[in-house]
Design a protein around this ligand. Sequence first.
Ligand SMILES: NC(=O)c1ccc[n+]([C@@H]2O[C@H](COP(=O)([O-])OP(=O)(O)OC[C@H]3O[C@@H](n4cnc5c(N)ncnc54)[C@H](O)[C@@H]3O)[C@@H](O)[C@H]2O)c1
Length: 358
Amino acid sequence: METVFDQQCAVHIGEGCLRAADEIPIRRQGRTCVLVCERHAAPLILPPLMENCPRLSKLPLYYLDASEPGKQIETLLPLWHEWARDGLDRHTSVILVGGGVLCDMGGFAASVYKRGIPFYAIPTTLLAMADASVGGKTAVDLGEIKNILGNFHRSEAVWIDPVFLKTLPRNEFLSGAAEILKMQFIGNPGLSFAELEKCLDPGTFPLSLLHFAIAEKARITGIDFYEENIRKTLNFGHTFGHAFEALALKQNRPIAHGQAVAHGMVCELYLSCLLAGCPKHLFVQTARLINRHYGIFRYGKEDIPELLGYMLNDKKNRNGQIFPVLLQDAGKSLYTESVGTDPLLQTLNTYPFNTDLD
Ligand SMILES: NC(=O)c1ccc[n+]([C@@H]2O[C@H](COP(=O)([O-])OP(=O)(O)OC[C@H]3O[C@@H](n4cnc5c(N)ncnc54)[C@H](O)[C@@H]3O)[C@@H](O)[C@H]2O)c1
């Protein structure tokens, strides 16, 4: 087991590290703990949890319908009612067990209940391990607008154990792998496409890339918790990605968050070639890799105004201007340049891209 620190939050990573979660101080100095588990995945994620953490298995257990379409404030009301009914007080800690939606929603629920109670995270999807469980961002959506209601509320500790990946469906694996790829693009000047290729196959998945993603996220959020500067780089792929995700949800064909980010990264690399001098081969190799593993995101010309509308409504905008993350090269990102609508429209109109090198 390795441990990295996101400020005071210890993030434990490695096979078997889940056993250490059983040592959470569940009853000490007036403190108590409860579990909140994602309802649909519960039959898959509770058995490994209970097997590795017999003490936690005795705690009061709440279920949350934490699914992407239900990532709305209304879904949290029954949970808050149950917590109030059961007398959870400000000395109660919540242990969250589930994917990224559960981590975002459960963290948000904890952040406002009695003006904030502590929580721990045990992420069970690759995406939640690589990204959502670290860095203290909590959120729910408002209708189709992603993560627009939220808070910064860091967890007390996180346990990232690949035991949960055994039951993860392939599309969810790919969704998480996209965020790991993202970290390579923004944080590794020496990235290797051979390693990225391995990362997209559960059989060859290199745990070292998961470690890198977590350590890099913890380092960045440790420097800039409130996303005033360098943390913005973590949004690479998300300006387009969130728009794709919102459109797909609105059209009743939801796609996983990371899959949307994968397509978003290709678009933002194209934009980076147009505006930031990104080498064309980085864009082309990435587009080929993503096309091979994720296919393309389909939309019609008539959807383009709506996609642009989602980008114009992005919470990262300032004074109505859009700030996508651009790459000058692998490991060299720009996040302070606003981009006008023309290059965004050019990108949307050109997608899916020709991936010939000349
Ligand atoms: N807070 C952050 O910093 C941050 C960062 C990235 C993403 N996010 C958020 O994370 C969310 C996406 O998270 P996600 O991709 O984990 O989605 P998710 O939580 O919806 O989980 C995906 C699916 O996997 C199932 N599942 C969970 N664990 C499983 C397991 N071990 N085996 C089998 N199935 C399992 C779930 O039931 C669900 O159907 C988005 O809402 C996104 O906004 C937040």
